[in-house]
Design a protein around this ligand. Sequence first.
Ligand code: CAA
Length: 257
Amino acid sequence: MALKTLKTETRGRVAIVTLNRPDALNALNSELLGELRETLAHFSADDKIGAIVLTGSEKAFAAGADIKEMQPKDYVSAYLEDLFEGWSAVSNTRKPLIAAVAGYALGGGCELAMMCDFIIAADTAKFGQPEITLGIIPGMGGTQRLTRAVGKAKAMDLCLTGRMMDAEEAERSGLVARVVPADELLATAMKAAEKIAGFSLPVAMMVKESVNRADEVTLAEGLRFERRLFHSLFATEDQKEGMGAFIDKRKAQFKHR
Ligand code: CAA
């Protein structure tokens, strides 16, 4: 794949995808979306990959959707192309996907990070939904995923004022799983991804599917869904191996990795 807006690399069973539009602080344009969709589909189909890390630069994870590309659009063109629907390919990625965020994660950048399964932030990270300053509202999930992540009060505060929050506030409010020094960001994300990729892949994928279900359905339905997946795992060799290894006091060698 000859990519213009991304860099990719694999280390063991982990794929690293780096947003790479340095002149535009990784602003998310349609070319980048196309390449990201293609790349995620490629790694999703690759049996040798068990987890994916999505990251940006030291200065910016992504400073939002590309304002210069969006500016000339009118209502009909936005509606006809169903602007931003294409990003659902990121949230629909079935393999575990970690966002490693340093610098700005604004607008679509914050929304892209929230499409990942969890966010590890550098202490330099700044999150925000500044769309209101541009005369628009968030369009890639900001009013929905941010509200679920941090609650109504802070989501309203961020979306209505357009202010940025730092990494510490983002962790305190539940948007971010961990904050680490900037120079340890990628190593920390890699360590988490390697750990996940060492487990049974179908089990990791079911964890993701079941946790995501919590945002979609009632508690009773979510618990039923979780239980059904749980039951199904007793049909797998990896359950036999995982529990057998515990009892034998040895490290599990999962087959479906
Ligand atoms: N779209 C297009 N270009 C962008 C951009 C964006 N979102 N963000 C930054 N850039 C470009 C700048 O235009 C600039 O390009 P030029 O050198 O050609 O002028 C370059 O990146 C560097 O940016 P700055 O000079 O502005 O850098 P800075 O350090 O002074 O400021 C910043 C950094 C505070 C992040 C500032 O760039 C900024 O405010 N960016 C826009 C943030 C924003 O509003 N994001 C929301 C976009 S809308 C959206 O995302 C909708 C949605 O819900 C999906």
